[in-house]
Design a protein. Structure first.
Length: 95
């Protein structure tokens, strides 16, 4: 591997960065959806006599499923790319 790092180290590092980006986006998305729900509830629905359920179980379960799927599906190309980047196999001509 480049610069003497092992494949496992590079995969763990990339996976950690990917998970932090995905979780950060998920937290921002959940907070944004709750904020928009509160704004709609106070600004429109409450004035018309309707109450909107702002926080529901779906706000957390659906994004959690998407986060897990994103992390798993994003790991596949990472593993394939790091397998191709092995310097020893490139020098020996193996692919």
């Amino acid at each position: 591997m480049a610069l003497g790092y092992s494949r496992g180290f590079v995969v763990k590092r990339i996976f950690g960065e990917m998970v932090s980006i995905v979780l950060g986006g998920t937290v921002v998305g959940i907070l944004l959806s709750i904020g928009i729900g509160i704004g709609l509830n106070g600004g429109y629905f409450a004035k018309n006599g309707q109450k909107l359920a702002v926080v529901d179980g779906k706000y957390f379960t659906s994004p959690l499923i998407l986060v897990i799927a994103l992390c798993i599906l994003s790991t596949i190309p990472i593993l394939k790319l790091t397998k191709k980047m092995d310097c020893i196999s490139i020098i020996e001509g193996e692919e």
